[in-house]
Design a binder for this molecule. Sequence first.
Ligand code: C2E
Ligand code: MG
Ligand code: MG
Length: 583
Amino acid sequence: MGEAKSDRRGEETIAALEVENQKLRMELKMLRLLFETSNSAFIYYNYQEDKLETMGNWDHFFDFTVAQVSDFEKFYERVEEQNVLPLKEGFFIEKQNGDRQIFEIKLKNGGMCIEVEINIVYDEQRRPADKIIRFKDITRMMAQKDELTYMAYYDILTGLYNRNYFVRLLGEFLRRAGTENRRVAVMFLDIDDFRRVNDGIGIIAGDDLVQLFGQYLTNLMNSNVIISHFSSDIYCIGIYDPCGARSVETIYQVIRERLQKPFRMTDGQEISMTVSVGVAAYPEAAKGTLELINCAEIVMFKAKSQGKDTIQYFDCAILDDFLQTVTIQNKLKEAVFDQNFTMVFQPQCYAASGKLRGVEALIRWKDDHGDMISPAVFIPIAEKNGAIVPIGNWVIEKSVQIFAKWREKYAYPLVLSLNISAVQCKQSDFIESILHILEQYDVPPEKIELEITETILVDDFEETKKRLGELRKTGIRISLDDFGTGFSSLSYLKGLPIDTLKIDKSFVDTLLTDVNTKIITESIIYMVKRLGYETIAEGVETKEQFAYLQELSCDMIQGYYTGRPMPAEGIDDLLKEQTEKAG
Ligand code: C2E
Ligand code: MG
Ligand code: MG
């Protein structure tokens, strides 16, 4: 009976154990499944039993197995050198009484990136009981992170640094240069006529060019030379302690040599290009990063204005010039015609008789602070920003208005000379609008002479010639101003629809002291007269100059000697005098 009881109990126990076992097997299966599908590999180590087990997706990670702690050595051979020490320390963090650690390792030869997580479970006496090491494949995540990092620092098109990162690195250069007492140069490069290139070959090929040149520039980068693709066709080079192989001159030379050869686009066509370069250096030009880049940019514009394909170095005059331009540009925006501008008139006299022939209208600008700004300074700026068109219209209207009053008051054959800038002359309604004003004030076109400079002829000689021809057909006279300061070719004068030629002051200045000037001036006057034009000598300041020009049969004289530019009332007085004399 007792036996039967104990047998039954035994059976019950076995059954219970069976159930328990079944449960454990299920749990184990579940755990294994979990481990295996986790995309991770695990090492489980029990301290008490000194038992080590691997689980999960082990083969995905390693081509070796570990069965005991000493097998950890195998890891050290497989990972990159810099990971060995962290791995050794991480595997045994219990030695530092640590609980948990996570770090990244990389397998050798561009292999997998693995996140390693180590957890130690301690018992109540704070003795290590279990260790679980988890390996997780993070290669893809790291690649994405790398890409994001790359995008944060590099320009995808060219592989050069992007603008933000360049500015940061340049800032570091400057700080270092400050403590090490060195210089830092910035070269600001801009592809010449890029818009024309783009228009000619298309935007895609334009991008190609930017990319090819940028990729070439990456070859010049090193720890002391940083290069950035700044924006569309602009590149910026920062050089720490520029000297020897990394001097600005050498780098510029190297780049120029490359540019001697064309770039081959993806579609096979070959494109040549040039660059304009501005250079500014710390600490002379500027002490701050952005200021330094700014200075180099300003200087680059100077290189552009000097005919492109050239390098220009910073000097203070360029910066002053620029600042003045900006100030004037701002002031020009606020200028109010009748309040800020006035007209003065300078007499032009016949050389032979000394009689008044006409007046040249010259603009004067008094800014809000009462400072006089010379037209030689602000007209070129107004030409660039377009303000010359309204200013020029005001000049014409104002001068013609004053001129009409003189005509009413004095019966004197006077000519009004007006300076016309190229931009103004090229306006499509220019002729129409000037004729309209003349009609309004009842002034015959024959009494007006428009002074144009040679620069007007540079851009489009034939077109300008046509326009001048049309103007002359209306009866308006044309005068070529500042002759001798531009490209001064006598040959293009032939057939040019002009009436008068103004010999520039620079000739008159040295007429009596320099034999060459004397010869040139004599021949100009001789030839110009033969071509049938009248001559006016400008900037005549002395009696001797006047007498000599008279001797050369120059037709007319303009200059301080015969009369300075003066307000309208001054000309009034002169006219009164002349008419009284005649009367
Ligand atoms: P420009 O047309 O060659 O005018 C002659 C300049 O020489 C004037 O300077 C005049 O004051 C100056 N001048 C005349 N005689 C003498 C002299 O004997 N000695 C010296 N040292 N200078 C003399 P200003 O008025 O400063 O004008 C400079 C330039 O500005 C003009 O040169 C002209 O190109 C431009 N400009 C003046 N007014 C106007 C205007 O209304 N419209 C346009 N588009 N340009 C103007
Ligand atoms: Mg003039
Ligand atoms: Mg002149």
